[in-house]
Every structure is written in structure tokens, then in C-alpha cells.
Design a protein around this ligand. Structure first.
Ligand code: HEC
Length: 149
């Protein structure tokens, strides 16, 4: 009979363990909600050929599965997605078209779908490199050969 008396003691231990788990979960959640980027005050570093090249390299390993090699939104994984990845090669953006807007989506993820996940864990320099590469994708209509006279 005496033996069972240890059982009630275990319940609070269990509970406190649960509490510790819960609070650590809550803390990670809190850490995730970092201050949002304000595109208006964001300083956009200049796009250089070195940064575009770096962005291209990162893009071809991290982003092509959905966005496709040329950013057309036709990566092998795109078919399975219920929201199609933006056609970056067409510059058909959904959440703003300045480099600052692109940087914001790359950092924070899409405001409308978790399919475009945040890439906050990448160094800021790499996120800018990706931004510069993505911005370099659409063919500029102002290319001399296309210019109407
Ligand atoms: C799991 C698939 C997936 C991967 C991997 C992915 N994306 Fe996306 N991306 C999407 C989808 C889906 C959208 C469309 C989001 C929307 O409509 O809001 C999108 C949208 C975007 C946009 C455009 C936002 C706009 O305004 O339309 C940019 C820029 C972008 N992704 C960059 C990247 C970069 C850079 C990477 C790699 C670091 C990447 N994505 C990896 C699925 C993905």
C-alpha cells in the first residue's frame, strides 16, 4: 500500500515538465515574431555583378525546386503547390515590385501563404544577393533594341 504513495508525487513533476515545455514553445514563437521590415525606411544596398552572381548560386540551390531555374515559377515542386510560385522572370510580383519589397518577402515569407517561407536565417548579405538576382531576371523593356522610336 505504501508503495503507491509515490504515484501522486509524480503528477506535479509531470505537470512542471509540461509547463517547461510549453513555455519554451511559447518563447520560440515569440522570438519568431521579429520586427517587420518597413520597406519605406529600408536601405537598399547597390546591386553589383558580384552580388547577382552570388544570388544566382544561392537561388539555384535553394529556390529552383519551386521557382524553376529561370524563375518562371515552373520548378519540379511547383506542380504540387496550390498557390503557384510567382513568375519572377516576368516580374509579375504580388506583394510590391521594388527590391525592398522583394527583400521583405524573401526575409519574412509571403504575407498570404506559408508556401513561400521566410529565409530570415540566411545572412542579410545573402538575402540581398538573392534580391539582386531576382530583380535582374525580368527583361527590361527599355533595352535599346526594343525601344520604339
Ligand atoms: C516551397 C516552394 C518555394 C520555395 C522553395 C521558394 N519559394 Fe518563393 N514563392 C513561392 C510561392 C508559392 C510564392 C507565391 C507567394 C504568394 O503568392 O504570395 C513565392 C513568391 C516569391 C517571391 C515573390 C513575391 C511577390 O511579391 O510576388 C519572391 C521574390 C520569392 N518567392 C523568392 C524566393 C527565393 C529567393 C527563394 C529561395 C531562397 C524562394 N522564393 C523559395 C514558393 C517557394
Amino acid at each position: 500500500m505504501r508503495k503507491t504513495s509515490s504515484t501522486p508525487l509524480q503528477t506535479p513533476t509531470y505537470l512542471s515538465l509540461l509547463l517547461v515545455l510549453l513555455s519554451s514553445l511559447l518563447t520560440t514563437q515569440a522570438c519568431k515574431s521579429e520586427p517587420k521590415i518597413d520597406v519605406k525606411t529600408l536601405k537598399v544596398p547597390p546591386s553589383t555583378s558580384a552580388s547577382i552572381a552570388r544570388g544566382k548560386k544561392l537561388f539555384s540551390s535553394l529556390c529552383v525546386s519551386c521557382h524553376g531555374k529561370e524563375g518562371k515559377g515552373d520548378g519540379p515542386g511547383a506542380r504540387a503547390l496550390y498557390i503557384k510560385p510567382t513568375n519572377l522572370a516576368a516580374g509579375a510580383y504580388r506583394h510590391g515590385k521594388t527590391p525592398g519589397h522583394l527583400f521583405k518577402v524573401i526575409t519574412e515569407g509571403s504575407p498570404t501563404t506559408p508556401l513561400m517561407a521566410p529565409w530570415r536565417h540566411l545572412p542579410e548579405k545573402d538575402r540581398w544577393a538573392l534580391t539582386h538576382f531576382v530583380s535582374s531576371l525580368p527583361k527590361k523593356p527599355s533595352q535599346p533594341s526594343n525601344k520604339p522610336k
